[in-house]
Design a protein around this ligand. Sequence first.
Ligand SMILES: [Zn+2]
Length: 446
Amino acid sequence: MAELLDEVTDLLQQLIRNACVNDGRLESGQEQRSVDLLASYLEGSGADLERYEAAPGRSSLVARIEGSDPTAPSLLLMGHTDVVPVNADRWQRDPFGGELVDGEVWGRGAVDMLNETASQAVAFRRLAAEGFKPKGSLVYFAVADEEALGTYGAGWMVEHELDAVRADYVITESGGFRMPLPSTGGIKLPVMVGEKGTYWCRIRVKGTPGHGSMPLRTDNALVKAAEVVRRIADYRPETNIIDAWSQFVRRAELPAELADALLDPRRVREFADTFPDLGLARMVHAATHTTFAPTVMHAGIKTNVIPDTVDLEVDIRTLPGQLEEDVLAMIEEALGDMRKDVELSAASNDPATASPVETPLWDSIQRVTEGLVPGSTIIPFIIVGATDARFFRRAGMTAYGAGLFSDRISFTEFASMFHGDNERIDQDSLRLSTDLWLALAKDFLG
Ligand SMILES: [Zn+2]
């Protein structure tokens, strides 16, 4: 299997060097470069390849091994090819050099998620070249534009080319890392079964213009906006123990006292407020609450003019089952008597999604993972951000975030590398994830 490790390492290095940096502009990303790379890598393996272009240079690639039994469940492995921008000054190495140093590949995308995009391609090519004849179809999907809402990637494909990417089950980022949990009964590896929703709220605060030299008793929109921001920051929405969270806590086999605290709606908030590990505390809070983060404010036109309008933006993340009316009710509760001073509108409303935990794919991931990491158990988890899985769940498919990592890079380090500095992945993890996709395709699609 040494040659597979060389292949996945080399492919990942090339994907990193392609630097498909997506800053949200239509002309950024240019994922075509990595589609060319992956297509030439997969050509000649016997699989069917098809390219799709949502906008100039914004290409995605679909490769397919057709199943022999149309009634057997099919599986789509999806990896995005774009990456977020870097601040190169803060990196110890060239973020787009793809250097292999001491068993680690360095570069933007090494964990988010070119590692999986590369290992899925390597496993797929190996299966195709071996003449793998699955019952259900196996599809590999290298997708553009995950890092900016999926407009030219998964969103576009599900809307315009659904037949090309339709499958009963979908796997994408991110799971299989070792969480620092005080679990009993062996290693627990998360599989992402759902993700929170995004509601980006615009709040316009109204006032009355006046001269900056006579501020007494003026109706200053900026002064009002400061109070609006304070009220939103202080707002404490109800704790909400969703199904994915309680399944996670129960299956994690935590010490009873900790598990009780994490499942008790009256105690979770206090736990998050006082727990010493900030990263874990924030994650616990975000997984059990709707969150409100005021992030943008535009106000004023000139130092000597009392402003009459302030525009605020609030990043609100919702839990499964919450609708726009629930979000608006919470904002109104937060604003109280200031509701009359503001206008509310939604800049984007993308509800939360979740897939069931009890599925044949879940059982298959458990069998295969346990074979690769003896004594391990997979546990369900919810992503507090967003991934392309949401488009597929909304189209009626079961989608998980899965993967497999070694214990060489700690969880804290790993978490800080997502969109952070000095992103890198160890070769043991590349080997494990390649083996995961190979074994999973054989176990699940047979
Ligand atoms: Zn990602």
